[in-house]
Design a protein around this ligand. Sequence first.
Ligand SMILES: [Zn+2]
Length: 405
Amino acid sequence: MSRTAAALSRAAGRGDGSVIGGWIGLKIDPDLLAHLSAGRAIALVSGTNGKTTTTRLTSAAVGVLGRVATNSFGANMPSGHTSALAKAGSTPYAVLEVDEHYLAQVLEATEPHVVALLNLSRDQLDRAKEVAMMAQLWRAALVRHTDVRVVANADDPLVVWAATPPGDPARGINPPHVTWFSAGQRWHDDSWVCPECGSTIQRSGEQWWCTGCPLRRPEPHWVVEDEGVLDPTGAWHKVSLQLPGKVNLGNAATALAVAAEFGVRPVDAVSRLGIVTSVAGRYAQVDKDGRNIRLLLAKNPASWLEAFDMADDAPTLLSINARDPDGLDTSWLYDVDFAPLRGRQVLITGDRAYDLAVRLDVNDVPFQHVRTFDDALRSVPPGRLEVIANYTAFQDIRAELDRVI
Ligand SMILES: [Zn+2]
């Protein structure tokens, strides 16, 4: 086995064939991920939104204790985990981003110390049913691993339900191995039906509760407050990030909560969070022709709302494609309220700019269509230009920027 790992390690070290290396390794030895995990204290980070950023922040925080292996570039399936661990050599810690579909499998293979559950929302319109099913899969996997510490989002009913073991009413919704955080959740459309009993979920302020069973928002141990995070002892820590928006403060709170499960004190970890800048090009800032361009990726309705929150009150370019990775159906545009953009100069582009045009018109948001990114640059005054794009549109704009700079 160790020879396989060593060979894989060498193979993975060359170029960026890391996922291929991991894939081949797993074909040769299906237990390779388990072998590579042995002897490391591991955190898994999963959810629909924010897992890449939260993984980066958590790695930085756990780094207080020693070297951390991580798959920070989004290779978030078992082949990516295998090559990330092989490449890192022996490290006492690992923080791994896990695609939500693979959580059960990776939990089984890596026997982590802690699992962070961020949120469950649909990626694309045609996947609405998948969200409830995913919560069920998570729950079934966690029931088999009650020794694993869980750090979970108190604001997401599906996550709370998944993190709460069934069949033991005495444990209520505060099982001792679960730590709850509150990162705020703006997007509610995927969670108005109770996953336990099918009744309606009601909301008031930040509270939510099921009208038909005891499921309700647990009292969070870690809370975002002003520009910082309250820890379970009630101490407040100022968090200075290079990443924008309240959503990233929530990701920082999660990172501090996960690191605390390894014994890291928030007071020691908090300054390290500020070293994380752009994450796989997201939030990257580029200066060109007197414009400071910032890229925000918005891949589903929930993350569009987050992007509006992160964006400055500045000219904003929206770009939409509907290629395979984006989902072919653009009717989700009607699930997003674009009203926060009113009063800003709004430009639109991308393969499906006309779908977006119709949506903005209905939403009373004035806009201007531009054919290319260069046209967009010429149409705005010097200063900040926010760019919000879905997946392949984001890749297109990154490629265009790489060419010109
Ligand atoms: Zn219920």
